[in-house]
Ligand binder design. Sequence first.
Ligand code: ADP
Length: 153
Amino acid sequence: MEKIAVFPGSFDPITRGHESIIRRALPIFDMVIVAIGENSGKKPYFTLNQRLEWLEMIFSDEPTVKISTFTGLTVDFCRKEKADFILRGLRTAADFEFERGIGQMNKMMYPDLETVFLLCEPQYASLSSSIVRDIIRNGGDVKQFLPEGVDLG
Ligand code: ADP
């Protein structure tokens, strides 16, 4: 059976931390679906189109990466895509505690689903989309935190 993982997130914007998790997951899974969750309660900084465009560009040379979007529960999206794995990255103990709650609730809703965590690479442990957005708002240069080719214009 094909091993399909969903990597859900806002990617607002995608950072080198996200990119690293996705690339490191490629040898583990037959397919990684990078899925932008459209959360109605959260107004994104970058448009959905812009975030999609970046993801498509970064992984255009990776045949086993698929880019998608979803609304609603991640478990419902996984069912629809016949994905038995959710991929998440762990930076800190705070991430773990947050992810534990979500992962265990997802397991209750979809018992065949496994959440797989990759520890982030040490150089990305402090990197987050929210800090990157703050730097952008204040006119700082975030090039070193974004994947190659992501241009803020
Ligand atoms: P969310 O909106 O669900 O917080 P994000 O787009 O911020 O989504 O993150 C998606 C996933 O990427 C999460 O599993 C998160 O832990 C992981 N992630 C975010 N930043 C990093 C990083 N610097 N290194 C490794 N994983 C990261």
